[in-house]
Design a binder for this molecule. Structure first.
Ligand code: C2E
Ligand code: MG
Ligand code: MG
Ligand code: MG
Length: 290
């Protein structure tokens, strides 16, 4: 089937250094088409418990491979989709794909692997979000206890009460609630105090600094103590080398995610990767019994 040639109306996003000038398309028109033509998909990045070497979660990360513009990063298209009021459309698609995939892993025998989905500010502000999540779980047959949602501080900028109520409702059903990129914003500690959470993800800045900076180490160390005391889990994000992983572990943070362990992968790549890991685990078990 020949792909229809699209008329693109360009919107320019410039000047913001962290979001390099990118040309985004007429999203109102393009996004539904991109979803329909499967240009937007999910990659999955394993989160490892370094104490056991096992994968405990997968974070679903959106990817857009555009036929004319190539790969567009979520750092570029998520904010643009938000600005265009289209996050509902994208969010529903992501939720569907992720829950279906997680169910498939369950059925494949990876019963201990939860899926983590990122929810944006506007998704959380939407009153129907809890209904949508519950509906998607029912439809895909995934159990609530296998789903985590990750939220960042910016989601709490407006109506904190409403967002907290939504999170409570989801959490009451067994969905895990995680505060993402923790430690970068100004009100982080306040949010820890306010939110019904299961855990937080320490911003990758800490993993980047922990090998060289004794203060970073001390902060992470104190955070792990606080987390343990409060019954929160904690994930160190952005572990790029062995040294950072070891330092995080030393500081008490044993759930880790980063390129050092695995990059985000397509479902197919991941299947091969998981098989390889299982092979290694079996070898390990065999070694122990010898
Ligand atoms: P995030 O949720 O904090 O996701 C982690 C980001 O760090 C991902 O970037 C991941 O690929 C990257 N990463 C993982 N390990 C390493 C590492 O060792 N070093 C470095 N430097 N980076 C690492 P990605 O996939 O480009 O996503 C960027 C952000 O876009 C995400 O940050 C999240 O906020 C947002 N995003 C991605 N997918 C979705 C989605 O489906 N929905 C929503 N609402 N936001 C999404
Ligand atoms: Mg995340
Ligand atoms: Mg993060
Ligand atoms: Mg982030």
């Amino acid at each position: 089937v020949a792909k229809e040639k699209r008329e693109s109306c360009f919107v320019f996003y410039g000047e913001i250094k962290s979001r390099p000038m990118t040309r985004l398309l007429n999203l109102k028109h393009e996004l539904p088409l991109a979803i329909q033509q499967q240009e937007i998909m999910l990659h999955y990045q394993p989160i490892i418990d370094v104490q056991t070497g096992r994968v405990v979660m997968m974070e679903a990360l959106a990817r857009w491979y555009h036929p004319d513009h190539g790969y567009i990063s979520p750092l570029q298209f998520i904010p643009a989709v938000e600005e265009n009021g289209m996050m509902g459309v994208l969010g529903e698609h992501v939720l569907q794909l992720a829950c279906r995939q997680a169910k498939a892993w369950m059925d494949d025998g990876h019963a201990a692997v939860k899926i983590s989905i990122n929810l944006s500010k506007s998704q959380l502000a939407h009153e129907a979000i809890a209904d949508l999540i519950e509906h998607t779980l029912a439809e895909t047959g995934l159990s609530a206890s296998m789903l985590n949602i990750e939220v960042t501080e910016e989601a709490f900028a407006q109506d904190l009460d409403q967002v907290v109520a939504t999170l409570r409702r989801l959490r009451a059903q067994g969905i895990g609630i995680w505060l993402d990129d923790f430690g970068t914003g100004y009100s982080s500690l306040h949010l820890l105090d306010m939110l019904p959470i299961d855990g937080f993800k320490l911003d990758r800045d800490f993993a980047r600094r922990i090998s060289a900076e004794s203060r970073s180490f001390a902060i992470v160390n104190h955070m792990t103590n606080l987390a343990a005391e409060q019954g929160w889990q904690m994930i160190g994000e952005g572990v790029e080398d062995e040294e950072a992983g070891l330092r995080l572990t030393e500081a008490g943070c044993h759930l880790q995610q980063g390129y050092h362990y695995a990059k985000p992968m397509s479902a197919d790549q991941l299947k091969a990767w998981l098989a390889e890991q299982q092979g290694k685990a079996k070898e390990g078990d065999a070694d122990e019994t010898n």
